[in-house]
Design a protein around this ligand. Structure first.
Ligand SMILES: Cc1ncc(COP(=O)(O)O)c(C=O)c1O
Length: 391
């Protein structure tokens, strides 16, 4: 009997080891992993690069250094992230929610010296974490209910509705817009070009900060290093976590120079942020991913996967409602009577790990190193569950 707090639907099997895109339980059952620890294990399991970096780091004898202690990898990773994004400055922390908390605090500090702006616009179906600040800008009411006071001055815009966004903007009071350009927890909804254009225009016109939450969609998952790149946008603040460390907890908030100037010494910090192990891993993983050939391959595999899922939709129109996504961040939405929880359990029986999202959808976020034949294997496993329903 485990003594874990019941905040998750725990699996009824115990995972023992992993290799490539596969996990094995303690009875040696093999699972194809289309979840990757929910968009984290980007290089899969037992990857030679990760093993090499961990071994090298162990040789230094160092596990932890404090926030003010500089080391090579904190410097290398920060300058690479800065060069690849908005040329800003980096705050390192440990999880997605922490990087969003920092983004909100940094925005507020900038707002104090910019007309005292304080209103934040977030998106319906948006998810940004579960601590009080990030919870406030998340739209899921269940997560927010009964936990006491959360941040005020937050408005929620219909995703992809430019007219609604224009109505919510207050030229003097709106401080920031926070958005996942590809919504993850909300069910994999992709921002359309018009909406992105409106956001860009409005932010420029009214001096509003744009916070791009790239925690799930970043680090190559959509075929670009960051999903905002699909829209020719340069956010003021970018939040990163999940796959940044390839499975090791590390997160970052990237703050452009304009906002950086309003953040003074001691205003924020983290004991574990920027440690040598995690920044060394993230730096090496970022270099590995940030290659044209790698990102092109993710795009190609994403299109292949998307087309295969659409073939299933055509074959089972009474079961599948819609296929959505970008790159290797995909969703299958099932018709109302088909419950995601039951379907994911059937997938599990069939040796396939997929995350349920909402009542009727599943989210597919495999390791980015997945091969076409492994996608085919997964499609076969999905098909056999659909066949079971169709009997
Ligand atoms: C877009 C997005 N933002 C923030 C978070 C929160 O990250 P964490 O669970 O590491 O706090 C998540 C986690 O799923 C996420 O998908």
């Amino acid at each position: 009997m485990n003594k874990l707090l019941k905040i998750y639907n725990f699996s009824n099997f115990k995972i023992k080891k992993g290799q490539g895109v596969f996990l094995f339980d303690d009875k040696n059952k093999k699972y194809l992993d289309f979840s990757a620890g929910i968009a984290v294990n980007t290089l899969g399991y037992n990857h030679p690069l990760i093993k090499k970096v961990l071994k090298e780091q162990l040789k230094t004898g160092i596990l932890h250094l404090s926030g003010s202690q500089l080391h090579k990898y904190k410097i290398l990773l920060s300058s690479l992230l800065s060069n690849l994004t908005n040329k800003g400055n980096i705050y390192f922390c440990n999880s997605g929610t922490e990087s969003v908390e920092a983004a909100l605090k940094f925005s507020k500090l900038w707002g104090n010296i910019n007309n005292n702006k304080s209103e934040i616009i977030s998106m319906q179906r948006g998810f940004h974490g579960r601590t009080y600040g990030s919870l406030s800008v998340g739209s899921n009411k269940y997560y927010k209910t009964g936990v006491g006071r959360i941040l005020s001055n937050i408005k929620f815009c219909q995703f992809n509705n430019s007219e609604h966004l224009s109505k919510l903007i207050h030229p003097k009071k709106t401080l920031a817009i926070i958005i996942e350009f590809i919504q993850g927890d909300g069910g994999i909804y992709v921002c359309n070009k018009d909406f992105a254009k409106t956001i860009k225009k409005i932010c420029k016109k009214y001096n509003i900060l744009l916070i791009a939450d790239e925690i799930q969609s970043g680090m190559g998952r959509t075929g670009k290093l960051f999903s905002y790149e699909h829209f020719g946008i340069k956010p003021d603040i970018i939040t990163l976590a999940k796959s940044l460390g390839g499975g090791y907890p590390v997160a970052a908030t990237i703050v452009n120079n304009k906002v950086s100037k309003s953040i003074k010494l001691g205003k924020h910090g983290s004991t574990f942020g920027g440690g040598m192990m995690q920044t060394r891993l993230a730096y090496n993983i970022l270099k590995f991913i940030n290659k044209k050939i790698f990102l092109k391959d993710v795009t190609k595999k994403g299109i292949y996967f998307y087309n295969k899922l659409n073939l299933l939709k055509n074959k089972y129109p009474n079961i599948i409602k819609e296929i959505r996504g970008s790159g290797l961040m995909l969703a299958i939405e099932f018709k109302k009577n088909y419950k995601a929880k039951k379907i994911t359990n059937l997938f599990l029986k069939n040796g396939l790990i997929i995350t349920a999202v909402g009542n009727n959808s599943v989210r597919i976020t495999p390791p980015l190193i997945i091969k076409k034949n492994e996608i085919d294997l997964g499609i076969k496993k999905i098909k056999s569950v659909l066949d079971y329903y169709n009997k």
